[in-house]
Ligand binder design. Structure first.
Ligand SMILES: *Cc1c(COP(=O)(O)O)cnc(C)c1O
Ligand SMILES: [Zn+2]
Length: 406
């Protein structure tokens, strides 16, 4: 007899890895990066028919971390399901900010409560755990900042190595965080794309495993838990709009994958939220591509913005992000850095929430969409507060104490 706690199986139904572009299948026991055949993004694929039997709506006796949804997570052996308590972040009802911006049902998923203060921990938890299951001990990452800290944290707790390459003008707190967590930090002049080029050289010389955004199949599996959780927290009801600050886009891509899987599991129907990308007006490759109706984005020259997570001039998963925007009948919007600063201030004063600039940009974006009539006042709108304000202490000093124009 199974006791109550054993109601669900302990199994991952990971079946294969499939290319999002050429549809080739690969064995999930292989170490995989991009598709060996066409160099595009690979996705983990599960046997959802079998997973359906144990993945029930009632998940109340499960752990409150990303492994809660273990049937559709990639780690097979439970001993490799590492955790620092990432995930199961609260959804805050923004009553005051909602009223201020003309929305009756405005919420924020507070990802700042994750380990290392951003949603990045979800993806790196999944990638490092799965990597260790596949026998990997040295991980390397190019980062605008937060992904490096998250990798270092999971490398520390699993006894593996984090090699982190970041632009040399990344906020100093993020640099010291990587070092504090035992990561090996290399500073690169330029942007995240320049750091990525250095990572390629290091991989060839050192044989380290690349956990760059969407360049291996498993980080996005961690990110998809944002979508799974969000729906579970709303009792498997699908919100009208999700607003997401977009850099490399794994958040949008991961959530979109989650919704597809939930439909195949019979948990939701074909309804979907409208997915909205917010980018900075000074680095907006996805918004520009969306406005032109393109399937891929062009490299954004002279990318700059004080929101490090949004300073991504080219995204390898551009076609997947744009596809989610088009299929969901969503949209894409730019905000100026000055509007982000105003949003940071308003979230703090009106709601008691200290968000990072990236997360706050969603509030700036939603205000524009209400004004333009693209979001209706009664719609259920979810902002993704992707990071805590506390990870950029110098920024708060600049905004509130020195009144600098940043
Ligand atoms: C990385 C990052 C983003 C961008 O996320 P993607 O999923 O790569 O688009 C947004 N906000 C914060 C705080 C980040 O660290
Ligand atoms: Zn392919």
């Amino acid at each position: 007899m199974k006791d109550q706690k054993e109601e669900y199986s302990n199994e991952s139904y990971l079946e294969s890895v499939i290319c999002t572009s050429c549809n080739k299948h690969y064995s999930p026991t292989q170490k995989l990066g991009l598709c060996p055949a066409c160099n595009k993004v690979l996705f983990a694929q599960y046997n959802l028919e079998r997973a359906q039997e144990s993945f029930s709506r009632n998940t109340s006796n499960r752990s409150y971390d990303i492994w809660r949804f273990l049937e559709i997570m990639p780690v097979v052996n439970p001993k490799f399901r590492y955790t620092l308590g990432e995930g199961w972040t609260p959804i805050l009802n923004l009553r005051n900010a909602g009223e201020h911006s003309g929305l009756k049902n405005l919420h924020l998923k507070e990802e700042g409560y994750n380990p290392t203060g951003t949603f990045k921990s979800r993806g790196l938890c999944a990638a490092v755990s799965k990597g260790i299951e596949l026998g990997i001990h040295d991980f390397v990452i190019p980062t605008a900042g937060n992904a490096g800290a998250a990798l270092a944290a999971y490398a520390a707790c699993t006894g593996t190595k984090a090699h982190v390459f970041m632009p040399d003008d990344t906020p100093s707190f993020l640099q010291s965080e990587v070092i504090a967590l035992g990561g090996e930090l290399t500073l690169i002049p330029g942007l995240i794309t320049d750091a990525a080029a250095q990572v390629q050289i290091a991989i060839e010389n050192q044989g380290w495993f690349d956990v760059s955004t969407l360049k291996e199949p498993y980080r996005v599996e961690g990110k998809k838990t944002m979508g799974l959780e969000l729906l579970e927290q709303f009792n498997w009801q699908v919100p009208d709009v999700i607003v997401y600050p977009t850099g490399g886009g794994t958040g949008i891509v991961g959530m979109w994958k989650a919704f597809t899987e939930l439909e195949e599991l019979g948990i939701i129907g074909s309804e979907r939220p409208r997915m909205v990308t917010v980018q900075s007006s000074t680095c907006a490759p996805i918004v520009r591509a969306f406005e032109k109706g393109r399937k891929t984005a062009e490299f954004w020259k002279n990318a700059k913005t004080f929101a490090p997570g949004l300073r991504v001039p080219a995204a390898i998963g551009d076609y997947l992000i744009l596809n989610a925007l088009y299929e969901s009948k969503g949209t894409a919007v730019v905000v100026d850095d000055s509007e982000i600063i105003l949003a940071i201030k308003e979230l703090a004063k009106l709601e008691g929430i200290m968000q990072a600039p990236e997360g706050a940009s969603t509030y700036a974006g939603v205000r524009k969409l209400v004004e333009s009539g693209e979001i209706d006042s009664s719609e259920l709108v979810i902002l993704f507060g992707t990071g805590s304000g506390f990870i950029y202490p110098s920024l708060w000093k600049d905004i509130f104490l020195e009144q600098n124009n940043i």
